[in-house]
Design a binder for this molecule. Structure first.
Ligand code: ATP
Length: 892
């Protein structure tokens, strides 16, 4: 084929594949042309050569066949989808090329990373979205449906897929795609629209899970089914060959889990920190011994549960493992020998597992009975959920597969699977017979030198082999005359002469034939063996998942013991009662001052005050993390804790990264607040850090104020709200379920009342105490930071001036059918009576709400207004009545 023909073929295949790049086999190389060559050259530092043919020129870059895997991995991990076309020789000697697979970020099997690698598909249905997540490296397949786009983002953030297939309706939703793209580093791929159609999708699901889709996918319909089917058909189309490792479809309901929106997952620094520095919660609590355990722990932290039964089971397992120190360490040591069975299952299914992989399967399966024995021998573990966990997988089947592999494979097999040496003697009679003949032949060569020395009397005769000459007999030149007649010289060296004989040649041919036949037969037998492992993919996954869970639970136990964590009581919703609680991450590298926290039905809203850097954020995050850990099934950092199960954790904290992205901080803040006010329920935990700070002070106070009222009166969520708006602390007097706490500081060097700021010094005590701070710290902290004295004094004056003439009404909660109103006067920092509006001052602290006295004229106007009966008046009379009142006010 001409050069143009080749390039033409390349371009045609490229169009057909719809991939970003095409690697096309040409002999011993995979080649990239044109723009693809430039891209690959740039990304992988490959040499790009300029070719010209028929007057036009083109670029070309190539990689050797044997190097495909690492290059493919590198390209795909950079987000490219790479089609691979292989070359086939047809009977007539012609060469054709076909795309055999498309390696994509979401379906790459050859990953070196231990992390989960999900491919997601998202479908918009009627009033719902369907989502499917498949990890071909482990065979995990999760499917769900959610109500709105926000929940779609939440789930996508949780699974952090490396590739997303937006369904036909989602493709046009720029807003949704942008939100996802902002939070998750992913590639969007347009998969065929038909694949998302209900009929096609149902067919794909049925094909995958066999004849009884109802039992496997009975919970699925609508958008979820469409998402599942589309994901499966995409995996199939890419030709990765791992589809069979997807043995189970796991439908889940998003409301089985604690709602943790994407912002909260980030704010709580569950798996990564916001700044990239420091340690995430995951990094802090991770003591797993296996990569599968690590993946599971990460998953648990990102997807806490609401189901008490399962949480109690996990807690009991952690408790048992925490108590059984020696046995736990023994188990962990054994787990350290385990390999990643889920991944090995996928490799077996796709045919990429080598003999070493199958040995690893054998070793890991063989661990199961040893772990079971260790658990049943340990008194503290034998009756615990740990024993039940290991009882789950089919132990007999595991032992028998391990045994079969043990009988088949040698202990130290080569990495190539085509050249023999993989299988034990006794495994296959034909192979044994071949090997026997091969070895007999080999022995003939090995003993040849000795025999010939004896026969010829040439003591320095030797037999050797090399690539060009094959086997030969070598004799020193001085003895050349003494060689027998049948010796046929093949080479003369400086001091020696090389010979072959007919028999030697014949034997050598036989040896090569046997070698080849042995290689072929072993390869066939090995493929059958690998196939038999692939058929047990589900067993491998069961055992792998049980070991991963044991590892995760043991890791939680290790951390609990090491840091003296306690088993939380799972209490009724609405309660969060923590004695001597700590922040799980901060406590590991600080002398941490423990704090109490109490939230209950009649104390649902805490306003947290204190100067900058005193520890407000830490205190609030600590509350969220203790709740989260309790709902992972973990112990928690506290002396004692009662944690009411929450349905969601919502946070709004300082938006560092949005600032970096150049978005208005205030806009982001309000969007997040809005989301919380819409999503949170009476059973949620809400953390608000400095709401309203991104705008003018009085706007900020007003928004914070109104949000507090709404959360308190309407939503009823348990809320912690840190604020610098000292004014807000008075809300506690008027909203019955609001309480104040503050982070205490020791102001040594300052005198009561009049502060001597020059000498002032603050020691952060980090203890959280009841009640509000008695002063606003903003200007004070400015002073501490060394802002010049005149500026600080002026700031105080300005603050006082600003407070004049400003007021906000507090809308108290409904009590006995009556709405309590009060007006907060920012000037005096206290409430005055605003209750005329509804005719009462019920429930308002008289100290704070002493009615401002009205002048007599106004009082009379108000009283006349109250008494007048307008129903009998003509409009003119009414007008006169108003004029009259105005006159009275004017006279005054
Ligand atoms: N209980 C504690 N024991 C020991 N150190 C603590 C404690 N609480 C907080 N810290 C440390 O104090 C520092 C400030 O904490 P944090 O950020 O929570 O303060 P903040 O009041 O929220 O500050 P700002 O108002 O400026 O946001 C952090 O370095 C934190 O590690």
């Amino acid at each position: 084929m001409t050069a143009e023909g080749i390039v033409g073929q390349y371009l045609a295949l490229k169009r057909e594949s719809e991939a970003d790049l095409l690697a096309m086999q040409m002999g011993d190389f995979y080649e990239f042309f044109h723009e693809d060559a430039r891209t690959v050259g740039r990304e992988l530092d490959l040499k790009v050569s300029e070719r010209s043919s028929g007057g036009s020129s083109y670029e070309m870059a190539g990689i050797p066949l044997s190097e495909l895997t690492p290059y493919l991995r590198a390209l795909v991990e950079r987000g490219y989808r790479v089609a691979v076309a292989e070359q086939f020789e047809r009977g007539d000697g012609d060469i054709s090329r076909e795309i055999v697979r498309v390696a994509t970020p979401g379906t790459l099997l050859e990953t070196t990373s231990q992390e989960a690698r999900y491919l997601a598909s998202v479908v918009e249905g009627e009033g719902e979205y369907g989502l499917a997540f498949v990890d071909v490296t482990t065979g995990r397949f999760h499917v769900t449906s959610v109500a709105d786009a926000g929940a779609v983002c939440t789930e996508l953030y949780r699974f952090a897929p490396t590739e997303v297939l937006p369904g036909p309706d989602v493709r046009g939703d720029d807003d949704l795609l942008a939100r996802v793209g902002e939070r998750v580093e992913t590639t969007f791929t347009l998969h065929a629209t038909e694949a998302f159609a209900p009929g096609r999708a149902r067919h794909a699901v049925r094909e995958q899970f066999g004849g009884a889709p109802e039992s496997l996918a009975g919970d699925l319909d609508g958008a979820a089914l469409r998402a599942a089917g589309a994901a499966l058909s995409y995996v199939e189309e890419t030709g990765v060959g791992a589809l069979a490792s997807v043995t189970r479809l796991q439908p889940y309901a998003a409301d089985d889990r604690v709602d943790l929106d994407a912002t909260t997952q980030r704010n709580l620094e569950l798996t990564e920190t916001m700044t990239g520095a420091g340690r995430s919660l995951f990094e802090t609590v991770d003591h797993t011994a296996t990569s599968a355990g690590r993946r599971l722990l990460k998953e648990w932290l990102g997807r806490p549960l609401r189901e008490r039964g399962e949480l109690t089971r996990r807690q009991s397992a952690v408790a048992a493992l925490a108590a059984a120190a020696l046995e736990r360490e023994e188990l962990r040591e054994r787990l350290g020998e385990a390999y990643d069975l889920e991944r090995l299952a996928s490799r077996s299914v796709s045919g990429s597992a080598d003999a070493g992989d199958l040995l690893r399967v054998r070793e890991t399966l063989a661990l199961l009975p040893r772990l079971v024995d260790a658990v049943s021998d340990a008194e503290r573990l034998a009756d615990s959920p740990v024993a039940a966990l290991l009882d789950g997988p089919d132990r007999e089947a595991a032992v028998s597969l391990a045994g079969a592999l043990d009988e088949a494979l040698v202990d130290d097999p080569p990495t190539t699977v085509t050249q023999g040496g993989l299988l034990r003697r006794g495994f296959d009679d034909d192979l044994d017979a071949l090997v026997e003949r091969y070895e007999a032949n080999l022995e003939w060569f090995e003993t040849l030198a000795e025999r010939e020395r004896e026969r010829t009397g040439i003591s320095r005769l030797s037999v050797d082999r090399n690539k060009t000459d094959g086997y030969y007999v070598q004799v020193p030149k001085s003895a050349a005359d003494a060689v027998p007649e049948e010796y046929e010289g093949i080479k003369t060296l400086k001091n020696a002469q090389r010979y072959v004989t007919d028999e030697l040649n014949e034997r050598e041919r036989e040896l090569l034939r046997l070698e080849e036949r042995r290689g072929d037969l072993e390869y066939d037998l090995f493929c059958d063996l690998r196939e038999s492992v692939a058929e047990r993919a589900e067993l491998l996954q069961d055992v792998g998942r049980a070991l991963a869970e044991l590892d995760t639970l043991a890791s939680l136990a290790v951390h609990a013991v090491k840091h003296d964590w306690t088993r939380p009581d799972l209490a009724e919703p609405g309660v969060l009662d923590v004695e001597a609680g700590r922040h799980p991450v901060v406590e590991t590298d600080t002398e941490f001052v423990p704090n109490d926290l109490s939230l209950s039905d009649d104390r649902r809203f805490l306003i947290v005050t204190g100067p900058n850097m005193s520890g407000k954020s830490t205190y609030m995050r600590q509350a969220a993390l203790i709740t989260l850990l309790a709902q992972v099934g973990s112990f928690v950092p506290a002396r004692r804790a009662r944690v009411g199960v929450v349905d969601g954790i919502y946070t709004r904290v300082g938006a560092l990264d949005e600032l970096a992205q150049g978005r208005s901080t205030f806009m982001v803040e309000m969007a997040e607040l809005s989301n919380i006010l819409h999503s949170a329920t009476e059973e949620s935990l809400v953390i608000l850090d400095e709401v309203g700070r991104g705008t003018a002070t009085y706007d900020g106070i007003s928004i914070a104020w109104a949000a507090t009222e709404y959360l308190h009166n309407v939503v009823g969520a348990r809320t912690l709200f840190a604020t610098h708006y000292h004014e807000l602390t008075t809300l506690a007097d008027h909203l019955p379920r609001v309480a104040n706490v503050h982070v205490a500081v020791d102001e040594r060097g300052t005198t009561e009342g009049e502060t001597n700021r020059r000498e002032g010094d603050v020691t952060f005590l980090r203890t959280v105490e009841e009640g509000a701070t008695d002063r606003s710290y903003g200007v004070y902290v400015a002073d501490l930071a060394g802002v010049p004295g005149p500026v600080v004094e002026r700031a105080d004056e300005v603050l006082a001036a600003l407070r004049e003439e400003r007021a906000i009404e507090a809308k108290g909660s409904e009590r006995e059918g009556e709405t309590v109103q009060a007006v907060f006067d920012l000037g005096s920092g206290s409430f005055r009576d605003g209750a005329e509006a509804d005719g009462g001052t019920a429930g308002i602290d008289p100290d704070d709400t002493a009615p401002a006295a009205l002048d007599p004229a106004t009082e009379e106007v108000v009283s006349r207004l109250r008494d007048v009966d307008t129903s009998g008046m003509t409009p003119l009379e009414a007008l006169q009545f108003v004029e009259d009142l105005r006159g009275r006010l004017a006279d005054d």
